[in-house]
Design a protein around this ligand. Structure first.
Ligand SMILES: [Zn+2]
Length: 326
């Protein structure tokens, strides 16, 4: 069985501050004249040398279907899993020096990403009857608001009544879709479908990523909510922020987060001790990537038992906003 891998694109940006102390990795000279310009958010040994004209780049990484990362090992001539998820200097040096045996199969193929045609997205957006979630939003927030979010996020309806959430990237290209099924009351059921597969070149990105670089949103803080529905409804309540969803507690992978480098973000986990703890643990990783992130802890330090007693346990931001506006 072939395991398909996709290349992870690195965002390379020069660091305006040069390190005059380092020895250039390319021609091994002192950098006191500042000829070596390193990249932001990467260890200092990666950069461009104006003295010898050589770029020193980190090894290209690849993602598999489960979001695990791999690097091509030149010595062993095969892909090897990257166990270390952080680019901190010491860690990377260790990884560079590590000599090991190739445990992965040699039959990996890197496949190019594919995109879903816009015409298809529009067809799902116009499909009637509308899915349960949109019907719920219509009843609760009115037609004008519903049209607004439908247009903003291209929310579609599938023939079997599902809500289609497209993963459209910052270049306005649709990479993947998630079809979720809601009750008439707007509650999510356990059923969902992912029609476009990683194995065919369709990779997920953050839901709402297409909004972050629009001129009107460029300076807005980005809020990452757990569910798509929360992001959509909060976009109505608090349009001062750009609302994205990471689609579940394990959805914050490095390849999805790359687009947020250099941006201010707020993470909003659902109301449980566990969700908040997991998010707080992610903060150093985000900082390492160069993302200015905070966690909005809506539990206010309350335990799960207290939250259960008060009826807030596992609630999301929409539940809270609706609670306030009642
Ligand atoms: Zn050089």
């Amino acid at each position: 069985m072939k395991n398909k891998l996709s290349k992870i694109e690195l965002k390379l940006e020069f660091n305006p501050k040069r390190n005059y102390q380092l020895v250039t990795p390319c021609c091994h000279k002192s950098n006191k004249d500042g000829k070596f310009s390193n990249y932001k958010h990467l260890p200092e040994k990666y950069g461009y040398c104006h003295s010898c004209g050589k770029s020193t780049l980190p090894p290209t990484r690849y993602n598999d279907e489960n979001g695990l990362q791999y690097e091509w090992n030149i010595t062993n001539n095969c892909f090897e899993p990257v166990v270390l998820q952080m680019y901190s200097q010491n860690v990377l040096q260790m990884a560079d020096q590590a000599v090991g045996h190739c445990k992965t199969a040699k039959n990996f193929v890197a496949i190019e990403p594919k995109y879903i045609p816009k015409a298809l997205i529009l067809r799902y957006k116009d499909h009637k009857p509308e899915n349960n979630l949109l019907q719920y939003i219509r009843l609760t927030y009115g037609n004008k608001n519903t049209e607004l979010v439908k247009k903003l996020y291209y929310i579609g309806s599938s023939k079997d009544g599902g809500t289609v959430f497209w993963n459209i990237n910052k270049n306005q290209k649709a990479q993947k879709a998630k079809v979720s099924y809601y009750t008439k009351k707007g509650k999510r059921t356990n059923k969902f479908k992912v029609p476009f597969k990683n194995s065919d070149g369709y990779y997920s990105c953050l839901f709402g990523e297409h909004l972050i670089n629009l001129p009107e949103n460029k300076n807005k803080t980005i809020i990452l909510a757990e569910s798509e529905k929360t992001a959509i409804i909060c976009a109505l309540y608090i349009p001062e922020y750009t609302w994205l969803s990471y689609g579940g507690i394990n959805g914050l992978t490095r390849d999805k987060l790359n687009v947020l480098i250099g941006r201010k973000i707020i993470l909003v986990p659902d109301l449980s001790e566990n969700a908040v703890t997991i998010m707080n643990k992610k903060l150093p990783f985000l900082k390492e990537l160069g993302i200015d992130a905070k966690v909005w802890d809506m539990t206010n330090g309350k335990t799960d038992d207290q939250l259960k007693n008060e009826g807030w346990y596992n609630c999301d931001l929409e539940d809270i906003l609706r609670g306030f506006s009642k």
